[in-house]
Ligand binder design. Structure first.
Ligand code: FE2
Ligand code: FE2
Length: 224
């Protein structure tokens, strides 16, 4: 497990979303997963998707993935983005804009915060739809109940990529931010780039993993 994290530091995100603490010494991935009651195939398929390895399809086709654990993983990712990562970036951005208020125009300062808030509102709407509509639907399937009015294909068809909107926002900063406090603004931009990539990976897990495993589950559960 430690080899996985040191070669791919972004796997730290996966660990925290599965609730796996650090301090696992030389234990293997299988040992760490079993100690934390995590299905190893589910853990590995998410790692494969995040590493953009083609092998994830083979795992989905040949192993039983825990739908409940994938849903828990996605819920905890939503919580991370909405309640930790995005508010943290906003706070840093707000402080920098305030600190540079003598060097940047009031309009630019307002536009930066406005575009960021608009972006966050869009991410929130996207994730709340999944929390309130998609995950409860999947949980009822896990309980062997199928609702006729909804299916995972409806979700798959309209699932949009929220991170695209962030490009607009980054361009405003990159092209028009004139202040001299470059270390601070670069650091917040760096956080935004990492968050954008992380959101892209999150959405890939939904498209590449959640949709096919829920389709399989739908085929097993009859409409009542
Ligand atoms: Fe999501
Ligand atoms: Fe999504």
């Amino acid at each position: 497990m430690s080899g996985l994290i040191t070669s791919h530091y972004k796997m730290l995100f996966v660990m925290s979303r599965f609730g796996i603490p650090l301090g696992f010494g030389d234990k293997t991935i299988e040992e760490v997963c079993s100690e934390n009651d995590i299905d190893v195939a589910t853990f590995l398929v998410i790692v494969e998707i995040l590493l953009e390895a083609a092998n994830y399809r083979h795992i989905i086709d040949n192993q039983d993935i825990s739908v409940q654990e994938v849903v828990s993983y996605l819920k905890s990712s939503h919580d991370y983005f909405l309640n930790y990562r995005l508010p943290n970036i906003r706070e840093n951005l707000y402080n920098i804009v305030n600190q540079d208020k003598d060097e940047i125009s009031n309009e630019l300062a307002k536009a930066i915060i406005y575009y960021f808030d608009e972006y966050v509102a869009e991410v929130k709407k996207h994730m709340e739809y999944e929390n309130m509509m998609v995950f409860p639907y999947i949980e009822s399937l896990i309980d062997n109940r199928k609702e006729e009015s909804y299916s995972i294909d409806v979700f798959a068809r309209q699932h949009n990529h929220v991170e695209e909107r962030l490009t607009e926002f980054k361009n405003i900063i990159i092209k028009y931010y004139p202040a001299k406090s470059t270390n601070e603004i670069h650091s917040v931009l760096f956080d935004i780039f990492v968050c954008e990539e992380d959101l892209f990976s999150h959405i890939s897990v939904e498209d590449k993993l959640l949709v096919p495993i829920v389709q399989k589950l739908e085929n097993k559960v009859k409409v009542k």
